[in-house]
Design a protein around this ligand. Structure first.
Ligand SMILES: [Fe+2]
Length: 313
């Protein structure tokens, strides 16, 4: 009696064996060709083609390959609940901004108000009344009064948008990086009123260096690049029926405006942070000159509302 044999249809599909360096890419592509998910098949095929072409173009050495794998592993190991090295690396090579611009502003050809989320957004920041302050512990620096509107593409106000705001202190640190700041200092969550407005008090932010203790910092040093970002406020607007708005508004007189380490600045996103000096009536009795005001109008597009995954807890 013959031993049972498996039919050819039970075997995994054969895609061949490696014969030379020239055949590797196509062999891998054949191995992945049966991926049922169409988008995954398309993305991974392009990824393999470009990754192999990249290694071929630079004639990647074994040492460089080993270094690159270790570099990737260290990106993972440097990431914690309060630090996201993966996003930081993507930001530092312009990848985050490329993806943002491709997916906003008519898919790239026009200026957009979208900007990278960055590694410092935290969910559940304190709900704050319009006009309230997001300064939650003593924070030295010039007072800043922000007054924003959110409109739709026809210029009509959008009420009821939930807006997260977050920014670094004048020392250049987010509260989660700084034991001297209270929990959720310089973070707040607002709702736009019937006129699409939200407004609050804070402290004028300073530019800051991105964290450089991990592999991203190592790369910046090797490339003789400084780690600074121009001062900015972050905004995240969320309302069902509208594309989630993720953006930053930069301080117009910042020395790093033309050399943002993570490539977030576009012309549209440079805000007019107006300086006010003694002689003008301050907006609150405890305000010392100089103080600053920022008025800014955001536009939100109709579409699917999706909250991003928080990069840190
Ligand atoms: Fe930031």
């Amino acid at each position: 009696m013959d031993a049972p044999t498996s039919s050819s249809s039970d075997r995994p599909p054969a895609y061949g064996i490696i014969e030379s360096v020239d055949g590797v890419t196509n062999l891998v592509l054949r191995a992945m060709a049966g991926t049922p998910n169409e988008r995954l098949r398309e993305v991974m095929a392009a990824f393999v083609r470009h990754l192999h072409a990249f290694a071929t173009e630079v004639r990647l050495t074994q040492d460089e390959y080993d270094f690159a794998v270790d570099f990737l592993n260290r990106i993972g190991k440097t990431t914690t609940d309060t630090h996201n090295e993966g996003i930081l690396f993507a930001d530092a090579v312009g990848f985050s901004t490329l993806v943002v611009l491709m997916n906003n502003g008519g898919k790239g050809p026009t200026e957009t108000q979208a900007a990278l989320l960055g590694p410092f957004w935290r969910d559940h920041s304190p709900l704050t009344e319009n006009g309230g302050s997001i300064v939650r512990s003593a924070t030295p620096g010039a007072a800043l009064f922000v007054d924003c509107r959110i409109v739709d593409p026809d210029g009509q106000p959008i009420p009821g948008v939930e807006v997260d705001v977050w920014h670094a202190s004048p020392v250049g640190l987010y509260e989660n990086q700084d034991p001297n700041q209270a929990e959720m200092n310089l973070r707040g969550r607002f709702h736009t009123d019937k006129d699409g407005r939200f407004w609050f008090r804070s402290i004028k932010p300073a530019g800051y260096p991105v964290p450089t203790h991990g592999p991203t910092g190592e790369l910046l040093r090797a490339q003789h690049r400084h780690p600074y970002r121009p001062a900015h406020l972050h905004f995240l607007g969320f309302k069902l029926g509208y594309r989630t708005m993720i953006t930053q508004v930069f301080v117009d007189d910042d020395e790093y405006l033309q050399s943002d380490a993570v490539f977030g600045v576009t012309k549209d996103l440079i805000g007019n942070y107006r300086r006010h000096d003694a002689g003008e009536t301050p907006p609150a009795p405890d305000v010392q000159a100089p103080w600053y005001t920022l008025d800014y109008t955001f536009e939100m597009q109709r579409g699917e509302a999706k909250r991003p995954i928080p990069p840190i807890k």
